[in-house]
Design a binder for this molecule. Sequence first.
Ligand code: HEC
Length: 158
Amino acid sequence: MTKKSVLGSLFIVIVVFVAACGDNSMDTRVDVGSPASSSSLKFPVEITEDRIEAGEIIYIDNCASCHGPVNGRQVLDSAPPHGDTGHTWHHPDRLLYQWILDKPPLATLMPAFRGTLTDEQVMQVLAYIKNHWLPEIKNRQNEGSVQYEAQVFEFGTE
Ligand code: HEC
């Protein structure tokens, strides 16, 4: 082998090595909402003071322009209010979480927040919304969320 071709093969080896590293870093990418990143993703959503506080800012910045205040009138007619008079509480937390990230089924105007909000920020905004409900509504929705989780546990999330 000439000196030139040795250098040439060395160059190829380096290129392949760098490319392989690139692939590896792709593989370790964590998908938002995947089980690997879901340590704080427990349903029903745990309502804490910290989450309520953070969720209020997220709600004002991202949701109120269409949905209005949680227990107030919606701004956009087709955006249902999230409070006691709405039907958000007719759905289990896990579905609400998925809808905020990827839009509800057949959504027309509701944007998907995947990429804009982290999964913890979605939990925070949900904690903020849920904290507005009357105690009996909160309890009913919580029961529904617990039952839904039992099914998810039985049949799997996919
Ligand atoms: C651009 C207006 C707009 C914004 C901003 C918006 N929504 Fe919506 N949302 C809608 C509309 C309209 C619907 C009804 C479905 C449809 O037609 O898209 C909806 C539906 C929903 C639903 C399902 C209906 C229900 O209440 O059960 C949830 C939950 C929801 N939005 C939560 C949120 C949250 C949380 C935010 C902020 C992070 C948000 N939305 C921001 C317009 C919006």
